[in-house]
Write a protein that binds this ligand. Structure first.
Ligand code: C2E
Ligand code: MG
Ligand code: MG
Ligand code: MG
Length: 286
């Protein structure tokens, strides 16, 4: 397009590109500074047993306090991946989350932790050793950690990634496929990798009951997970009808604003102390 435009427009196009590159570089150095300054924090969203209301674990979710404004991960994970900062940021996330969860375990709550991974982290050569070391340092049993990966991460560079994920699995770490149903090649990779859990994407949950095709697909995914011996976690549960349908389908675990919003580390600690990890969820007796 720039080719058939006049010279002035080509320059304009180039300067737009330049501005974009500069913005990204600025953001990347801002992110690096934020990590050094301690401007990142974690929130934790409970994952519950849908049949009862026991909180089985929490998923760590990164937050960035940028000049007092909370920035959601979707706007900075990409740039952090591009610059490679995600490797350090991911390690910070694990150390921080391990500490929070180990503190809850001290009040004898056998809580699990889920952490989201980026492809770039798995590609870092020391990744498996680093995770093993951080777990040992924190005193968190490996089988209480679930690493969430996406289907894309399994497909891209599979020759390198799959053996590392297997090595983690051999340490006892659990693996979950996040955003399940939105990627491709799911079934092929499910066979190649010892995956412990699949997380049904919130776009399915959102349409439950309203869209018959999605409802049938969700039922099929739940059954598939059960047949393969995997834990099925439904994400994005917001309405009681969705919860009812998921329970009726036999979906074991769930997460969503209806159950609990992401909370601070102090919130998780309070949950551990005051209620021994129970939440009151519509339709259960806790
Ligand atoms: P995800 O791993 O699929 O995390 C679930 C997202 O859904 C979270 O958004 C959570 O706040 C949101 N959520 C939970 N319940 C509900 C609900 O009932 N309704 C709706 N509408 N949303 C709900 P969040 O925290 O903004 O994170 C977005 C994504 O950013 C995550 O998706 C994950 O892919 C990524 N992310 C977050 N933390 C990290 C991290 O530490 N490392 C990496 N690599 N990625 C992260
Ligand atoms: Mg996740
Ligand atoms: Mg998800
Ligand atoms: Mg996601």
């Amino acid at each position: 397009r720039a080719k058939d435009a006049g010279g002035g427009q080509v320059e304009l196009f180039a300067s737009h590109m330049h501005a974009d590159v500069v913005r990204r570089l600025e953001l990347q150095s801002e992110l690096r500074r934020a990590l050094a300054d301690g401007d990142f924090t974690l929130e934790y969203q409970p994952i519950v047993d849908l049949a009862g209301s026991q909180v089985l674990g929490v998923e760590a979710l990164l937050r960035w306090w940028r000049d007092g404004v909370l920035v959601p991960p979707d706007s900075f994970i990409g740039p952090a991946e591009e610059s490679g900062l995600i490797v350090e940021l991911g390690a910070w996330t694990m150390r921080e989350a391990f500490r929070t969860v180990v503190a809850c375990r001290a009040s004898s709550w056998d809580i699990g932790l889920s952490v989201n991974l980026s492809a770039r982290q798995i590609r870092s050569p020391r990744f498996v050793e680093d995770v093993a070391e951080m777990l040992a340092e924190a005193g968190l049993p490996p089988d209480r950690l679930t690493l969430e990966v996406t289907e894309e991460m399994l497909v891209e560079e599979a020759a390198e990634t799959v053996p590392r994920l297997r090595a983690l699995r051999e340490l006892g770490v659990r693996l979950a496929i996040d955003d399940f149903g939105t990627g491709y090649a799911s079934l092929v990779y499910l066979r190649q990798l010892p995956v412990d859990a699949i997380k049904i994407d919130p776009s399915f949950t959102a349409a439950l009951g309203d869209d018959q095709t999605v409802t049938r697909l969700t039922r099929t995914i739940v059954r598939l997970g059960q047949d393969l011996g995997m834990t099925v976690v439904a994400e994005g549960i917001e309405r009681p009808e969705q919860l009812d349908l998921l329970r009726e389908m036999g979906c074991a675990h769930g997460q969503g604003f209806l159950v609990a919003r992401p909370m601070s580390a102090a919130g998780v600690a309070a949950l551990a102390e005051e209620r021994a990890g129970r939440l009151s969820v519509a339709g259960t007796d806790a």
